[in-house]
Design a protein around this ligand. Structure first.
Ligand code: ADP
Length: 499
């Protein structure tokens, strides 16, 4: 089967979060199963390409104000996957992917509408796939355009669409007059289509028009059908529950594996954990923490600084946690509020809490390897990747039992020696503090702690199984499309003949 991914980021070309890891790895796993896979992404300023070749010279994208002309280039390591980059410097040659600290770019609707339409046009030249697999609001217009602007286009008659929600919290909300600007029909502005409290909601459009919807863990696929986690779209999802699936993200062990990791001070394995101590020393040095006993447990955090990630809970308990025997190292960037919070804590508790405000892949690897525990107290977490990386590095996760965190971490039971981490359910500081203290206590028993580490290191979250599940979803999406087409053809026959 030919599957075309459309997404706004992809490792190693562009990344702000887990979406990029998924779009970097899943296509390769699908190719290994024998599928033909293309990946369409924008060409940003950050996208470094060796020897790019233009494959589609000029695509016309009509907007109401004027025509825009973009091109498509190909490049990059392929491993059986073809990468295509939509090139339109006025939209994508910018400092960041989606916006700056001042806020989102004001023309994001136009930027990703152009991207979506360019993908459809380019595919007519480069090969129309059996399935477009679209990700998050930035490529949500692909299914919308296919069933509206391109509904009569014979090139796309049999194309099915699968849409994956990586985070329900980001929906792509724009004012109503965005529709005519993008040449989309006004009738999309109704409650059964894209209207959402007076605005146009790109994500909602994809949920309405895709043949199949997936999200990145089973638990999250259930959570987003509730008011607490649905961000107002729970009703839309519930109406199509029969075509919604949760498939856990895999991880790329070529990149995240302490036996081969090129960013860490010493390699180690479940059989020989000795290198982890060197990694810990190296990590402490990288964060400027000196003269501490390496027996003191280190708690690591690598995260976007966003309200979703549970930093308000950390703020509630930090003064008390700082009096425990532990060190905390934090890498993150995003919300100013949390950047300042960690910088303040850094000053207040020097040599105990250290933070780097940056997006730095090498440091992220060093934390995974050098920390003893990894903290993710998220309010919600569609899948979460860092806790899965942590398992592989013998860095014990402490997580809130939500979404993919709940699906991937099994609670530690010292009596049976079973489990891989520590979990709490209630979203409050006390529950978090109690759980961290529980982990710090367990760390005092080195032999059972090593059992806990090895339990996690032995878990396998590679992409193979999830890629096979996606293969089944693509088949089902094609069946959904074929039966929708059959219904439409039958309706057409029923139309009264005029005259
Ligand atoms: P999300 O997609 O919500 O940000 P995930 O856990 O799914 O969360 O994925 C986050 C990815 O981004 C991981 O690969 C993580 O290592 C990486 N990451 C997040 N923040 C940083 C940072 N400040 N520096 C380097 N990598 C980061």
């Amino acid at each position: 089967m030919h599957i075309a991914f459309t997404a706004s980021e992809c490792v190693p070309f562009s990344k702000t979060g887990g979406l990029a890891d998924v779009v970097g790895a899943l296509p390769r796993a699908l190719a290994a199963l024998g599928h033909q896979v293309s990946v369409y992404i924008p060409r940003y300023r950050q996208t470094k390409l060796t020897d790019p070749q233009t494959v589609v010279r000029s695509i016309t994208v009509p907007f109401d104000d004027k025509y825009r002309f973009c091109s498509v280039v190909t490049a990059g390591p392929s491993a059986g996957v073809k990468f295509y980059f939509v090139d339109y410097p006025p939209y994508f040659d910018r400092d960041a992917l989606y916006g700056t600290t001042a806020g989102d770019y004001p023309d994001n609707a136009e930027r990703f509408a152009l991207f979506s339409r360019a993908v459809l046009e380019a595919s007519k030249v480069l090969g129309v796939p059996h399935v477009f697999h679209c990700h998050d609001w930035q490529s949500a217009l692909v299914p919308v355009m296919l069933r509206t602007l391109y509904a009569e286009d014979p090139a796309f008659r049999e194309v099915a669409t699968v849409f994956t929600i990586h985070n329900m919290g980001y929906q792509g909300l724009f004012p109503p007059d965005t529709l005519p600007l993008l040449m989309l029909p006004w009738d999309l502005l109704t409650i059964s289509k894209m209207e959402f409290f007076g605005q146009v909601n790109f994500l909602k459009g994809a949920l309405v028009y895709s043949d199949y919807v997936t999200t990145v863990s089973k638990k999250y696929s259930q959570e987003i059908q509730t008011t607490e986690y649905g961000f107002g779209l729970e009703g839309v999802l519930r109406t199509r529950a029969a075509t919604v699936a949760g498939i856990l993200n895999g991880v790329d062990y070529d990149e995240w594996n302490p036996q081969t990791d090129k960013f860490i001070a010493a390699k180690y394995s479940p059989q020989d954990l000795s290198g982890k101590l060197k990694c810990k020393q190296d990590l402490l040095q990288a964060f400027g923490i000196t003269n501490v006993d390496t027996k003191v447990p280190v708690i690591g955090i690598v995260s976007r600084f966003a309200a979703q990630k549970g930093f308000d809970l950390i703020a509630q308990i930090m003064d008390r946690l700082a009096h425990e025997e532990m060190i905390m190292v934090v890498l993150g960037s995003g919300d100013k509020l949390y950047e300042e919070m960690f910088q303040r804590l850094n000053k207040q508790f020097p040599n105990k809490i250290a933070a780097k405000v940056a997006f730095d892949n090498a440091i992220a690897h060093k934390i995974e390897a050098g920390a003893d525990m990894f903290l993710m107290p998220s309010r919600y977490e569609p899948c979460g990747l860092n806790q899965i990386y942590s398992l592989k590095y013998g860095t014990v996760p402490i997580v809130r039992a939500t979404g993919g965190l709940d699906d991937t971490i099994e609670p530690w039971d010292a009596r049976t020696g079973k489990g891989t981490g520590f979990k709490f359910s209630d979203y409050n500081g006390e529950a978090l503090l109690t759980t961290i203290k529980h982990a710090l206590l367990a760390y005092q028993d080195p032999s059972s702690w090593q059992t806990l580490m090895r339990n996690g290191m032995s878990r396998d979250f590679s992409w193979g199984a999830s890629a096979r599940e996606y293969g089944k979803v693509y088949e089902r999406a094609r069946q959904v499309r074929a039966s929708a087409d059959a219904v439409a053809a039958a309706d057409l026959k029923k139309e009264p003949v005029l005259g």
